[in-house]
Design a binder for this molecule. Structure first.
Ligand SMILES: Nc1ncnc2c1ncn2[C@@H]1O[C@H](COP(=O)(O)OP(=O)(O)OP(=O)(O)O)[C@@H](O)[C@H]1O
Ligand SMILES: [Mg+2]
Length: 278
């Protein structure tokens, strides 16, 4: 071997993997741009300098071990954390270019644009119809037939209409767990949001209900940007276009789901997606 070869940098596959590998989302696809986001629960620094783009009309999965900051990230995106004293965010979250962390942002306006569905379904103790109509009545002044049409449209988009159309006036609490979760999706969709946040929406569901919810998610992305937190890597692989892997409050790896699962560039993401830890 010539002497000069000894001082050349080693080939790529022998170099140590990068600590972080974040692929940019093309600017014309970005719906939400998160820039240098830090988040604090009092003294606890829960998100460290997270920057990523969330694409429009696509599903973005957030994965990573328990406590890495997945739910915290979602809670920033609709500013629900603002209800709790001592919790604060620094940085920028641009929704169509507007920083939603700005104090001047009108919160009802933000919440009507960014809907959220939680791990435990949270139907209100009222009829199925009134659950779905709830936000619409809050934000819009629709006449009765228009409201009924909106409720039907929303239940259809959540793939629940056929199961509940004959019992819309019955209590939503009488629905099954999987139906209740899709009801929560319908309730969020009824106000026609642009971003839908889902925090482990299928963790309490059986495989059939999970499959229905996943179909719903895939069809809804025609209309909205969806961000889903999941512990289920197969689920992330099935429904998402992009996957973000977080670890201890940092964004470690982000890119197309196919690339992150088949060719992870960071050691931590590789360990996680191959099931070596998590
Ligand atoms: N209300 C709170 N007060 C103080 N610290 C909190 C609070 N909620 C979360 N944290 C801390 O912030 C970090 C991130 O929590 P977060 O709930 O975002 O994790 P996660 O990735 O959603 O975890 P899991 O997969 O278990 O749901 C953790 O260290 C957690 O202990
Ligand atoms: Mg969580």
């Amino acid at each position: 071997m010539p002497a000069s070869a000894e001082v050349q940098t080693p080939p790529l596959d022998e170099q140590p993997p990068p600590q972080q590998f974040v692929e940019p989302v093309p600017q014309d696809e970005v719906k939400v741009s998160i820039r240098n986001l830090n988040f604090f629960y009092g003294q606890t620094h829960a998100l460290l300098d997270v920057s990523m783009g969330i694409p429009n009309k696509a599903v973005t999965a957030i994965v990573g071990p328990s406590g890495c900051g997945k739910s915290t990230l979602l809670r920033v995106l609709n500013r629900i954390y603002g209800l709790y004293p001592g919790q604060r965010a620094e940085g920028e979250v641009l929704l169509d270019g507007q920083n939603i962390l700005d104090r001047k942002v009108h919160l009802p306006w933000l919440r009507s644009r960014v809907g959220m569905v939680f791990q435990q379904s949270t139907p209100f103790p009222m009829s199925t119809f009134d659950n779905v109509a709830f936000g619409v009545r809050l934000y819009e002044n629709l006449r009765k037939p228009e409201l009924a049409a909106r409720v039907e449209e929303s239940l259809r988009s959540a793939a629940l209409w056929e199961e509940v159309k004959d019992k819309l006036d019955r209590s939503a609490l009488s629905l099954s767990g999987g139906q209740q979760q899709r009801l929560c999706v319908a309730r969020s969709m009824a106000v026609r949001p642009e971003v839908l946040l889902l925090d482990e929406p299928a963790s309490a569901l059986d495989p059939i209900s999970t499959a229905k919810l996943e179909d719903t998610i895939v069809s809804l992305k025609r209309e909205v940007a969806i961000v889903i937190v999941t512990h289920n890597l197969q689920q992330a692989a099935r429904v998402s276009d992009r996957t973000a892997f977080m670890f201890l409050g940092r964004l470690i790896e982000y890119g197309t789901t196919e690339r992150v699962f088949n060719n992870p560039r960071t050691a931590r993401a590789a360990d996680y997606v191959t099931g070596r830890f998590g």
